[in-house]
Design a protein around this ligand. Sequence first.
Ligand SMILES: [Zn+2]
Length: 560
Amino acid sequence: LVVGAARGEGDIFGRPVPNIVWCQTVRQRGLVALFLGAMLAAGTAAQPAFDLVVRGGRIVDGSGGPPAPADVGIRGVRIAAVGELDAGAARVIDARGLIVAPGFIDVHAHADNIASRPQAENFVAMGVTTIVSGNCGYSNADIAAHLAHLERIGCSLNYGTLIGHGTIRTAALGTADRAPTPTELAAMRGLLRAALEAGALGMSTGLIYVPGTYADTDELAALAEELAAAGAIYASHLRNENARVLDAIDEALQIAKRTGVAVHLSHLKVSGKGNWGRARAIVDLLRDARVAGLRVSGDQYAYTAASTSIDVLFPAAELAIGGRAFAARLAGDPEFRARMRTALDATMQQAGFGDLSYCRIAHAPGNADLDGLTLPEAAGRRSGRSDADAQAELALELVVAARGRRITMIYHTIDDGDVETLMREPWIAIAADAGITSRTDAGKPHPRAAGNNPRVLARYVREKGVLDLPLAIHKMTGLPAASFGLEDRGAIRAGAFADLTIFDADTVVDRATFAEPLLAPQGIRWVIVNGTPVVADGAPTGARPGSILRRTARGSERDR
Ligand SMILES: [Zn+2]
């Protein structure tokens, strides 16, 4: 414009300009054109149509529908437009050759310490933009204070939490191995209501742990009434994941039937060699329940190994005295030690492997040099013997040496065929069951913390063809958003929050192993939370654009 007018050619943007009588000279025309041009330039520079455009990628929108080429235009924290976008943008991400998915949502995190690790790097590196913590019966006790604190310090990803059943039970009656009195139950209901009002997304149970294991179905149903009334979810670590897993699922379904609550079954699996293949029966039972109108969902991780405390090798009733007292008794009471050895042998028999070779030490305080070894390997290193007797004796010694500090174990007890059976189901979400890890952590934690989502995309989608890419993405995005009532997340559409994970479907792969469990995945190129990149061209940015997610009655009702 400026150049053209200054030359006196009399056109603007290629159109002839009507005779401008008050611009008699080329110089006058040039000045007017300069003025008009500056006005236009100022206008467009101050307001490009988008803050960020992701251009040229293939969109997998989280609904389960097929990939489609489109650009994504972002204004502020939300997606403003999806389509062929020519308008200006302050910033452009070139996504040619890449998949553009909604940011992954992991509804089974153990990230209750996020205040000390707000960048949650292992999660964002996997493409996770939202986590739900407070699982397996344990959470922060004061949800209002916890969420307010996180809001002040800021997190890299969006964060919501459940209230732990074990947490409120401990507040009401400690770790007593009995039913609550009516007064205590009323107190628990009050604590639950307060947590829900503060924004907890629901309640989790850990029915193999102290004190959740001491709760009967009536107690859980009473609390589920509060959840149902609030439109909040009941997320359960089942009472049994081995030979009695179907009974344990039935208990959860009974609670759904009695109260109308929406039930979510955490880290679905079948443990123990004698039970392999029973995922089929689980799927049949839960499909029937869904057809019958019960609101049932679940999640799973993409590994054939579980991870939890060493406590689960011992009878829950014996653990009521507390970890420190349990370890002291094991050290000083030969009769008790003999009884625990018998119990350990029974656990071993149930697992069906003939010994404890399925157990790997993730972290044993006091024996850190054994971290990462299986029990036969560790026993061999300590005693020169690796047989079942030496393994069991070492397990007891580990508990004694830890003196009540948590020993984390990895249990290789799951069949890959069962993992696949569950992964094909469109109502079972993908979730890591992991905490926020750091390279400075002691021990060798389960590699799922750094590999779960990429492992689904690499191993189960690309290599084995167990499920297709749109279904896998749905199970990481739209499905968990709907189950947990997370409004305007888990989808790519105008109006949704701008949480995006942009990756190369041909090369994405997990690198974390049991030997090197903290290695970050490859192929996740950009991770965007509320419009701001937290991973840019494969590298973490350290930005903290995450939102604190509180349950709203509207959200939990509308999305189901
Ligand atoms: Zn659990």
